[in-house]
Every structure is written in structure tokens, then in C-alpha cells.
Design a protein around this ligand. Structure first.
Ligand code: ATP
Length: 368
């Protein structure tokens, strides 16, 4: 096992800068997930670490060794791809044995490792089959097995679950977690799925346009997003954003105001926002910061948002309520599943302003 470090990594394809001077340190045994929208450069970083792509500039280290000029086969990494890349004419056993045979491992050692890995991944009864005789989930297990069996220093995984159906994906996600807890091999995992990132990662790298926006634990990325992009990318349904202004009545209390809405800034946020008095900001509210008002708006209380139901999505355990604000923007609230509201009805939401996020309107950086 080993740490992986990239320094000032840059990759340009002609005029397209896919990775722009990225610095990243991934600790030994860590599970790091690179996440971001399509085209943000995550696969390119992974391929450069694997040696499948050459960096335009910058350095890659595995452990203490600079590997820029080292062939992929000498880097002691194993890669798992989205398309599994199994050899179709070989049995599962031969697929698993392939890399070890190339490295001239003795047959008994190959056999021992295959028994061990196939029992870990539940492949014991499939060893004689060819890939086309396996389901997608089974093929994915073989692809994982082929990576594990080599006992590499680092696993590189590029969207390994994206070809699986939703249920299998959740199951394999848990298996990957379990496997990492057991093997503790340093893992760098690429996905555009923020749920996978949140559930698997020790630390998440959120990327956009070839640049790292935030590198932190899942909880910190969720609770303290550094900018509007990260806030909107991590979390499902995504954070609501409302444009408005910070105002004061002169008594030390601050309010967030936009057409038809005036919300009191929570005491804990006042000192940070005083600097932004009378400035245009973006208020960020996660769907669970919006609750149905038990008083139905009859009791005058600060932090109420009167609006109209647009769409109702019952999910079983909870209901997503899309409501239209006076300025015609639609925001989403995650409310109790017993909610019986219908589209077109009036609704009063209580906004939990302690959970509010604020962003500068021009830079979109977090203000708290
Ligand atoms: P996805 O989730 O869609 O795979 P990604 O974040 O992994 O996206 P990359 O595959 O790393 O993104 O691509 C980053 C950028 O580099 C994109 O704009 C892409 O079009 C470009 N790019 C990647 N490979 C090449 C190539 N071989 N030639 C030209 N441009 C490339």
C-alpha cells in the first residue's frame, strides 16, 4: 500500500485544458473519490496516475517514487473500468489468473489466491464460466477480483458501478466499502454520482473545469461547501438557491430579503454577514431546512415562507414538495410522508435559518 501525490498536474488536449495545475495528496490506505460533472477532468487524472496518459506537466508520486517515466505495468496499481474489460474467451478462473501467469507466479500460489478472492467476492461457483455467461453484477465482481488478486499498492477505479442497475449498484457499493475496510488498499475512485462519493469516500475531491473546488471529508463537503458549485453538486435533492440582499433594521438584527420573503439571519451568522450588509447574496437552503409550519401561518413567527405547492413527489419515507415562491422561483422541501398537500394549494414553510448557507453573488464563494 502507498500514498499517491500529484503536484502541479496539467493535461492539455490541444486547446482543451482537461486538468489545470492540480495538487492532490492521497494518504496510504485512504479511499479518495474524485467527483464532478462530465468533462471536469477526473478520468484524465486517474489515467495519468495509471500511466495510460502522459501529463503535459507536473509530477505523480506513488509512495516516495516519482512515476512519470515508469511504465503502467511497473507502477504496482490495478485498475477497474466501467466496462469491466474482461477477456471474453477466458473463463473466470483464467481471467483472474491472467496477470499472475504473466508475472510467472507458481501455479499453487495462483490457485491459493483465486480460492481466497473468489470466496471474498462470492465467485466460487462461477470460476468455470465465461464472461458472457455472467450477469452484469457478476462480471463486475470478476473485474474487482482481477484487481484484488494482484495485491497492488493502489486501486484505481473509473465509474466501476455505472453499468449496473440501481439495486445492484447499491449492493455493490456496500461490497466495495466492506472490501476496503478489510483490505485497506489505497483507492482512488472516479464517479459523477455524488451519492457514491458521499458513501464510499474517506475524502472527496470535488472538481469542475479541470480544477479542484474542494477536497475534504464527505461531511465537511456537505456541511461546509466552499462555494455555490460544491453546495449544489453534493446533496440530493440539491440545495435551493435564492437571490436576495442582507438588510438591517438598525437594531443589530439582520434579515435576508427578496421579493415576497424576509427571513431573519440566525444569531450565529450575524457577525459574518454584517460585512455583507446591503449587498447582494445567494441564500442556500437544503431541502431539509424547510419544514411544514404546524401553525399554518396563523401564528406570527419569524422565518415563515408563504408559497404555493407546485409539484408533490411522495417517496414513501418522505415527500418532496416543490413550492413556488412569490418571485416564481421553485424550491424543494423534504417533508414528512404524511403530507397531504396538492398542487395549487397554499403552503407555509418554516425556514430553519440555523442551517442557512450564504454565498457572494459575484464570486459565488461561501460567506460563512
Ligand atoms: P466523464 O465523467 O464524462 O468521463 P471526466 O470528468 O472524466 O468526464 P475527462 O474524461 O477527464 O472528464 O475529460 C476532461 C476533458 O478533456 C473533457 O473536456 C474531454 O473532452 C477532454 N478529453 C479527454 N480525453 C481527450 C482526448 N483523448 N482528446 C481530446 N480531448 C480529450
Amino acid at each position: 500500500m502507498a500514498s499517491v501525490t500529484v503536484k502541479q498536474l496539467k493535461k492539455a488536449f490541444g486547446s482543451v485544458v482537461a486538468v489545470n495545475e492540480v495538487d492532490l495528496e492521497m494518504n496510504d490506505r485512504e479511499f479518495v473519490v474524485l467527483v464532478g460533472p462530465s468533462g471536469c477532468g477526473k478520468t484524465t487524472i486517474l489515467r495519468i496516475i495509471a500511466g495510460l496518459e502522459t501529463a503535459t506537466s507536473g509530477e505523480v508520486y506513488i509512495g516516495e517514487t516519482m512515476v512519470n517515466d515508469m511504465a503502467p505495468k511497473d507502477r504496482d496499481i490495478a485498475m477497474v473500468f466501467q466496462n469491466y474489460a474482461l477477456y471474453p474467451h477466458m473463463t473466470v478462473y483464467d481471467n483472474l489468473a491472467f496477470a499472475m501467469r504473466l508475472r510467472k507466479f507458481p501455479g499453487t500460489e495462483i490457485d491459493r489466491r483465486i480460492q481466497e478472492v473468489s470466496s471474498t467476492l462470492g465467485l466460487e461457483n462461477l470460476l468455470h464460466r465465461r464472461p458472457k455467461e455472467l450477469s452484469g453484477g457478476q462480471q463486475q465482481r470478476v473485474a474487482l477480483g482481477r484487481a484484488i488478486i494482484r495485491e497492488p499498492q493502489v486501486f484505481l477505479m473509473d465509474e466501476p458501478l455505472s453499468n449496473l442497475d440501481a439495486k445492484l449498484r447499491v449492493q455493490m457499493r456496500a461490497e466495495l466499502s466492506r472490501l476496503h475496510n478489510r483490505l485497506k488498499t489505497t483507492t482512488i475512485y472516479v464517479t459523477h454520482d455524488q451519492v457514491e462519493a458521499m458513501t464510499l469516500a474517506d475524502r472527496i475531491v470535488v472538481m469542475k473545469d479541470g480544477v479542484i473546488n474542494q477536497y475534504d471529508t464527505p461531511l465537511n463537503v456537505y456541511q461546509n461547501p466552499v462555494n455555490r458549485f460544491v453546495a449544489g453538486f453534493i446533496g440530493s435533492p440539491p440545495m435551493n438557491f435564492i437571490d436576495g440582499t442582507i438588510i438591517s433594521k438598525g437594531d443589530g438584527n439582520l434579515f435576508f430579503q427578496c421579493p415576497g420573503l424576509k427571513l431573519p439571519v440566525s444569531v450565529g451568522h450575524v457577525s459574518a454577514l454584517t460585512l455583507n450588509l446591503n449587498r447582494e447574496v445567494i441564500l442556500g437552503l437544503r431541502p431539509d431546512a424547510l419544514l411544514l409550519d404546524p401553525g399554518k401561518g396563523n401564528v406570527a413567527a419569524p422565518g415563515l415562507c408563504k408559497s404555493e405547492v407546485d409539484v408533490v413527489e411522495p417517496l414513501g419515507s418522505e415527500t418532496l414538495l416543490y413550492v413556488k415562491l412569490k418571485n416564481q422561483e421553485v424550491i424543494v422541501a423534504k417533508v414528512d410522508c404524511t403530507c397531504t398537500l396538492k398542487p395549487g394549494e397554499n403552503v407555509v414553510l418554516v425556514v430553519d435559518m440555523d442551517k442557512a448557507h450564504y454565498f457572494d453573488r459575484s464570486t459565488e464563494q461561501a460567506l460563512l
